[in-house]
Design a protein around this ligand. Structure first.
Ligand SMILES: C[S@@+](CC[C@H](N)C(=O)[O-])C[C@H]1O[C@@H](n2cnc3c(N)ncnc32)[C@H](O)[C@@H]1O
Length: 344
C-alpha cells in the first residue's frame, strides 16, 4: 500500500497553485506584452519610472510589479526593480536569447484548448483519419507555416547551439536533417563546427522560410534544402548522419518506427541516427513538461502524437532495424537524446 505523505494535502495551497495556475500565465504574458522586463533592463527602476515607460498609472504598474515579485521574476532593492537573471536573459527584447515571442505564440495558440482536456479524453473519435491539425496540414498554409517556423527559430536556436556544443557533428561528412524546420539546428552546428554539409528536408512552405534564415547566415555553401513530406518523399541517399530533431512528437509509434526505418535508406552502412525529442522518465513520473505535451496530444478523442520514454525510444530504434540504441537527457526536464547505428 502506498503511504500518504501527511506533509502534503493538509492545506489547500498546493491544489490552489496547481488548479489556478492560469493566473500566473496571464500575469507573465501581460508583463511581456507591456515590455516590463525590457523597460527595467533599459534603466527604469522605480515604480514611477516603470509606469511612465509603460504609459500607465503608477498604481497599475505597482500591481503588475507586485505580481511579478510574487512569482520571483523581478526583485526590488532600495526602491529600484531589477530582473532575475533568467528573466534578464530570456525576456528582454532585442537580446539574442529573447524568448518572449515564443511564449506568447504558444500560450495564445493553446490557452483556450486547455479548458477541454476532459472532453478530449472522453470524446469518441469519429474517424481514424489524420486530424487536420497535424504538422502536414498546418504547413499547407504559407502564412501559418511562416509564423510557426519563425517562432520555431527563435525558440530553438538556443537549443541548436546547445546541441552543437555537446554533439560532435564534425565526425560526419554528410548530414540529413529530417523535419529540420527553420534550419536552426543546421545553422548553429555549421557556425560552431567545420567539415560537414547538411541537407534540411521539410514541408515546402517551411523550406521557403528556412532558405531565408540560411542565406541570412551566409551558409548556402554548406546547407542545402529539399522540400517534401518525410513519409512520402524518397529520401536522398549517401549520408552518414540522419536526424529527427523534435518532429516525431507529432506521431504515434507505428509512424515513428516507419519514419526511423525510412531514414535508414538514406544512411550508409555504419551511419548514425540521432533523435532529440520530448521524453518521459521510464517510470512515467514526469518530467512535467513532457507529461503535459503527452496529455495535450489527445484532441477530441484523437491521438495527435505521443511522448515516449527512453526505453520505448530504444525499442522503436530496434524495431526499425538499428543497433546500439542509447538514450540520455539532453535538457533535464524536457528533451531526450537518442542515438543508434545502421549496421549494414
Ligand atoms: C517541432 S517543429 C521543429 C521546428 C524547429 N524547432 C524550427 O525551428 O523550425 C517540427 C518540424 O517538423 C516538420 N515536419 C513534421 N512532420 C513532417 C513531415 N511528415 N514531413 C516533413 N516535415 C515534417 C514540420 O514542418 C516542422 O518544421
Amino acid at each position: 500500500m502506498i503511504k500518504e505523505d501527511f506533509t502534503l494535502g493538509m492545506k489547500t495551497e498546493r491544489m490552489t497553485d496547481i488548479g489556478l495556475a492560469f493566473k500566473q500565465t496571464g500575469a507573465i504574458l501581460a508583463a511581456i506584452e507591456l515590455e516590463l522586463f525590457t523597460r527595467i533592463s533599459n534603466g527604469a527602476g522605480t515604480v514611477d519610472e516603470i509606469a511612465a515607460a509603460m504609459g500607465i498609472d503608477a498604481e497599475k504598474a505597482d500591481r503588475l510589479l507586485t505580481a511579478c515579485k510574487s512569482m520571483d521574476l523581478v526583485r526590488e532593492i532600495d526602491g529600484r526593480h531589477e530582473n532575475f537573471s533568467d528573466v534578464q536573459r530570456y525576456l528582454v527584447k532585442d537580446s539574442r536569447t529573447y524568448f518572449g515571442d515564443y511564449l506568447n505564440y504558444m500560450a495564445h495558440r493553446d490557452y483556450g484548448a486547455w479548458e477541454h482536456i476532459a472532453k478530449n479524453l472522453t470524446a469518441v473519435s469519429d474517424t481514424n483519419e489524420e486530424d487536420d491539425r497535424t504538422y502536414v496540414s498546418l504547413m499547407q498554409n504559407p502564412k501559418k507555416a511562416r509564423d510557426f517556423t519563425e517562432a520555431g527559430y527563435e525558440a530553438s536556436i538556443g537549443l541548436g547551439h546547445k546541441l552543437a556544443k555537446e554533439f560532435d557533428f564534425s565526425q560526419f561528412n554528410r548530414w540529413l536533417d529530417l523535419g529540420g524546420g527553420s534550419g536552426c539546428y543546421a545553422i548553429a552546428a555549421c557556425e560552431r563546427q567545420q567539415g560537414f554539409t547538411v541537407t534540411v528536408l521539410d514541408q515546402p512552405n517551411v523550406i521557403a522560410v528556412a532558405e531565408e534564415f540560411i542565406a541570412e547566415h551566409g551558409l548556402e555553401g554548406r546547407i542545402n534544402t529539399t522540400p517534401g513530406d518525410f513519409f512520402g518523399a524518397a529520401y536522398p541517399t549517401g549520408y552518414d548522419l540522419a536526424t529527427y530533431i523534435t518532429p516525431l512528437q507529432g506521431y504515434m509509434p507505428d509512424k515513428v518506427i516507419a519514419a526511423l526505418a525510412k531514414a535508414k535508406d538514406s544512411l550508409e552502412p555504419g551511419g548514425t541516427i540521432l533523435v532529440v525529442d520530448y521524453m518521459l522518465k521510464d517510470d512515467k513520473t514526469g518530467p512535467l513538461d513532457p507529461a503535459f505535451v503527452n496529455l495535450f496530444g489527445i484532441r477530441d478523442g484523437r491521438y495527435l502524437g505521443r511522448v515516449n520514454t527512453g526505453a520505448e525510444w530504444c525499442a522503436f530504434m530496434a524495431e526499425a532495424g538499428y543497433v546500439d540504441a542509447e538514450y540520455r537527457w539532453f535538457t533535464p526536464h524536457q528533451l531526450g537524446l537518442i542515438t543508434a547505428r545502421k549496421l549494414n
